[in-house]
Ligand binder design. Structure first.
Ligand SMILES: Nc1ncnc2c1ncn2[C@@H]1O[C@H](COP(=O)(O)OP(=O)(O)OP(=O)(O)O)[C@@H](O)[C@H]1O
Length: 609
């Protein structure tokens, strides 16, 4: 019967072909309507459909079945025979090496598992006495692998009941879909757990091997809402092992400032579940919620200045009161005017912001800086929100470029790198023209060398928060203004600035969307090797070689900046070889401008923009 049916299906297209033929004959005999039927039946789509149908029926009939369920055994036998051979041929040796390779053996073993339908571990039989009401109790059988179970339990002290407190996202319990927070645990592996201490239950769980059988009463109020992950940048460090309030330290996740976290569960007001990105772990870990973490971290007491404080900072600047300021050029042993140009022109483009006078105000003691240490410290700011919600953002071609900020310890090479970048492509990269209250020198132009302004105007700009940074040196004020940055960006160029780390938060603005690159000092040995012929500018001398004290201070400051501000860094470049560092910077900047990057959600364009 089946055979007849199959052969009928086989021949169905032949039958149809003959129908077409017959209809063709009918057309020849001028039978009405036959023409239409013929066109229909000879349509290519109908033939394609029939072909597919035939293929499917053929596949259904020829269900593949294993020729031999024990391919590994056969391979073993062959290998034994080959090993026994006295003088095996080249082919036999090749076969021997093929069959003993781990890949082939794994393949054969997989073949055998499939052939024997050995997909799952054999589960123990369900208990005989199942209650009538199936909904009342759920029997859950989980097969333990090397992963933790991924669930925490808690005890109701009044009733002695043990509940599932939390199911870790992506863990074994979560993937089973059978255990949920609030489920009442009745038995584990046949042991009643009612009234038992949670530690004892955990002991049963950890000491069980293979399968674990749970009897639970499902939480009837349970609502499973699939939460959309939220992405956060950690602004503080966290270690669950040092946190006595965490309900289960083993389930906790360590993170440090700057880490990107994918928060997958925020249903608990105190403990969230998150994964660190880029994602290595398949399951999440417990982290304190923002409010919880905030309550743990009280703002730190003292603001540490980033440059180590030296005794010289306490001394009055000897040149401060002098009208004519002098520096010594150690190479030529000459006294030089401190306002002497240290400028450059490349391809007709003027390199602004590299004047000695401008760079020197930063080197004056911190007491003369016009920033208040407490208000400028981003640490206090960061502690206000231990997580910063972020989202992927890609700049659109019509948008202005993101502001590029280089951060680094004094002397690490920030100015050198910035200058090299601008020289490399002056029509793309540019620095902002600084403001100063010092008088204009001969040959200088306002808006090119500096924006020369009156003290009153400078102070007015300060009051209106127009400066990213400003300071005083030898009686004159110097600063980098927001307007100067905007000017570069509006010209369609990429603005590259370097700021002192405490000023980062002042430029973390939606319109600038800064991309911060930390210029890191290389290892102590490489630092000394590479800077053998380098020259630095200090408060009293230009072109002075690095001293051992300079190197130590640079290393210390570099570490300090990294430790304190890394949550603001989008990337890091180690300035070992200048050319390499410059190339790395170029590629990072291109990525920042043209590829998706994580930015705070508060910087994302709003709908009306
Ligand atoms: N990778 C490097 N290899 C060798 N020399 C370097 C390297 N990077 C920078 N230098 C040299 O080190 C000296 C100091 O660099 P630079 O003036 O750029 O420091 P800086 O970080 O801008 O410091 P400051 O903020 O104090 O001005 C310069 O002579 C510079 O050419």
């Amino acid at each position: 019967m089946i055979t007849t049916k199959q052969s009928m299906e086989d021949d169905i297209s032949d039958v149809l072909s003959s129908v077409v033929e017959d209809v063709g004959d009918a057309v020849n005999r001028n039978i009405s309507g036959a023409q239409i039927l013929q066109e229909l039946l000879s349509a290519p789509w109908l033939h394609t459909l029939l072909k597919i149908y035939e293929c499917l029926s053929q596949f259904q009939r020829a269900t593949p079945s294993p020729f031999l369920p024990y391919a590994s055994g056969l391979s073993f036998e062959i290998l034994t025979v080959l090993h026994r051979a006295h003088r095996p041929s080249a082919e036999a040796r090749e076969l021997c090496s093929l069959l003993s390779s781990p890949h082939v053996q794994a393949l054969l073993s997989t073949h055998d598992s499939v052939a024997q339908s050995d997909y799952l571990p054999v589960l123990p039989p369900l208990p005989d006495e199942l209650p009538e009401d199936e909904e009342a109790v759920r029997i859950v059988c989980l097969v333990k692998n090397n992963q933790p179970l991924g669930a925490t339990i808690k005890k109701n002290e009044e009733t002695g009941d043990i509940y599932i407190a939390r199911v870790i996202h992506g863990g074994l319990a979560d993937r089973s879909g059978l255990l949920h927070p609030g489920d009442l645990l009745v038995e584990v592996n046949g042991n009643s757990v009612v009234g038992m201490e949670p530690e004892k239950v955990i002991h049963i769980l950890t000491s069980s091997k293979g399968t674990i059988l749970f009897k639970v009463i499902p939480n009837s109020a349970q609502v499973s809402i699939g939460q959309k992950p939220v992405y956060m940048r950690a602004m503080v460090d966290y270690c669950p092992l040092q946190d006595s309030s965490i309900p289960c330290p083993d389930a906790g996740m360590t993170f440090s400032r700057g880490d990107l976290l994918e928060v997958v569960d925020q249903s608990d007001g105190q403990w969230w579940q998150a994964r660190k990105l880029p994602c290595g772990a398949s399951f999440a870990g417990l982290i304190p919620s923002a409010s919880m973490l905030k309550s743990k971290h009280q703002p730190s007491q003292i603001h540490t200045c980033i440059r180590p404080f030296t005794p010289a900072d306490n001394e009055e600047d000897p040149t401060h009161s002098e009208d004519k300021r002098i520096l010594t050029d150690l190479e030529s042993n000459k006294e030089i005017n401190f306002d002497e140009a240290d400028c450059d022109v490349t391809d007709g483009f003027y390199l602004a912001g590299f004047r000695r006078s401008f760079r020197l105000w930063r080197k004056t003691c911190y007491k003369k800086r016009r920033q208040s240490c407490t208000s400028c410290s981003p640490t206090t700011n960061a502690l206000c929100s231990p997580y910063e919600e972020v989202a992927l953002y890609q700049r659109l071609p019509q948008e202005i470029h993101r502001l590029i900020i280089l951060i680094g310890a004094s002397g690490v090479g920030v100015n050198e790198l910035r200058k090299r970048l601008i020289k490399l492509n002056p029509s793309t990269f540019q620095g902002p023209v600084p403001h100063t209250t010092r008088p204009m020198n001969e040959g200088e132009q306002t808006g090119r060398d500096y924006h020369f302004v009156t003290k009153e105007l400078f102070e007015y700009m300060v009051c209106n928060h127009r400066f990213v940074e400003y300071g005083e040196n030898r009686g004159h004020l110097y600063g980098t203004s927001m307007d100067a940055i905007d000017e570069v960006l509006k010209q369609g160029r990429m603005c590259i600035i370097d700021v002192e780390p405490p000023s980062i938060h002042l430029v973390r603005l939606r319109n600038l969307k800064p991309y911060v690159i930390f210029i890191k000092a290389p290892s102590p040995e490489r630092l000394r090797q590479t800077r053998r012929n380098a020259r630095i500018i200090t408060n009293y001398a230009v072109n002075r070689a690095f001293t051992e004290e300079d190197f130590s201070e640079l290393e210390e400051t570099s570490l300090l900046i990294e430790a304190k501000y890394k949550q603001y860094f989008d990337s890091t470049v180690v300035n070992e070889d200048l050319q390499d560092a410059c190339m790395q910077l170029c590629s990072l900047i291109q990525q920042a401008q043209n590829e998706p990057q994580w930015i705070p959600v508060s910087w994302l364009p709003t709908q009306d923009q």
